[in-house]
Design a protein around this ligand. Structure first.
Ligand SMILES: Nc1ncnc2c1ncn2[C@@H]1O[C@H](COP(=O)(O)OP(=O)(O)OP(=O)(O)O)[C@@H](O)[C@H]1O
Ligand SMILES: Cc1ncc(CO)c(N)n1
Length: 277
């Protein structure tokens, strides 16, 4: 006989319940970026991770060889399944694949939404085949935070960002589309420090840590945005969430600097030993 499915009786939430976050992103078969990196990051922060898969990529440390976008109706169904059952405290988008998928995500009401505008993989593979400005026109008005890297910010705004003045102007331009928090990631810059310029409640804040000399940087952007999301799910104020996420990514890069996983750019270590969630 099949036992009947029982529903847990209503009881108030307790501090022992882990907060819930949702990642809306693509699958990386190599396990270093996308949904896989996000779930590892959530787990390292003791956040229960739920998922809305938007695309499946055939990918490893050397690049992406194939990808398939999930039909928007199935994206909506996953969003409904997650948000009608769980008390979702924060959400994050990664690879969306195309405009129809982005529109399906923008139709959902998601708290503390962190949008990582994934457009092109470091290897050159196209991860968004629509117009990059869709992110600004359709999704940014729904977002709490937007976290482009420098090449992505250039594509979103359609002009180069050379000087520090250009970058500060870009922060304001991006914030005009709605998000309270903008993080312009400087991982692709050179220099002894990895410096991200942030715009938060009208202030420019610099997030800086020593640059880790390593080629194992696959999935740093996903991991950083997922760590911000995890800290927001715990209720951290935005500036504390940013600092904690930056320290976590730096610790993960350091711990995996000499690791060999795959022949190309390997993943970082999502459970660095001295990280305490
Ligand atoms: N070698 C490094 N050492 C220290 N911090 C780094 C390094 N590379 C990137 N970071 C930091 O990691 C975070 C993610 O930034 P990055 O610019 O790499 O994102 P991304 O380009 O979106 O990532 P991805 O390569 O996964 O697409 C930022 O805080 C950035 O400063
Ligand atoms: C699935 C996926 N999402 C995001 C990135 C960007 O790192 C990637 N390479 N793959």
């Amino acid at each position: 006989m099949i036992p009947e499915c029982t529903v847990t009786p209503e009881r108030p939430a307790t501090p022992a319940d882990p907060p819930v976050a949702v990642t809306i992103a693509g699958s990386d078969s190599g396990g270093g970026a996308g949904i896989q990196a996000d779930l590892l990051t959530f787990a390292a922060h003791r956040v229960h991770g739920t998922t809305v898969v938007t695309a499946i990529t055939a990918q490893n440390t050397l690049g992406v060889t194939a990808s398939l976008s999930i039909p928007p109706s199935l994206i909506t169904a996953q969003l409904t399944a997650v948000t009608t059952d769980f008390d979702v405290r924060a959400a994050k988008t990664g690879m969306l694949g195309g405009r129809d998928q982005l529109v399906a995500v923008a139709a959902a009401a998601l708290p503390r939404l962190v949008v990582d505008p994934v457009l092109v993989a470091t290897s050159g593979a196209v991860l968004y085949d629509g117009d990059p400005t869709d992110y600004l026109r359709i999704l940014a008005p729904r977002a709490f935070a937007l976290t482009p890297n420098l090449p992505e910010a250039r594509l979103l705004l359609g002009h180069p960002l050379t000087s520090r003045g250009d970058r500060i102007a870009a922060l304001r331009e991006l914030a005009d589309h709605g998000p309270s928090l903008i993080v312009l990631k400087g991982g692709h810059d050179d220099g002894p420090n990895a410096v991200d310029l942030c715009y938060l409640a009208g202030r420019v804040v610099e997030l800086s840590r020593p640059r880790v000399p390593t080629g194992n940087t696959h999935g740093t952007g996903c991991t950083f945005a997922a760590a911000i999301t995890a800290r927001l799910a715990h209720g951290d104020p935005p500036e504390a969430a940013l600092e904690a996420a930056k320290s976590y990514v730096t610790a993960g890069l350091l711990a995996a600097a000499d690791q060999r996983l795959g022949a190309g750019s390997g993943p970082l270590d999502h459970f660095p030993t001295h990280h305490v969630p």
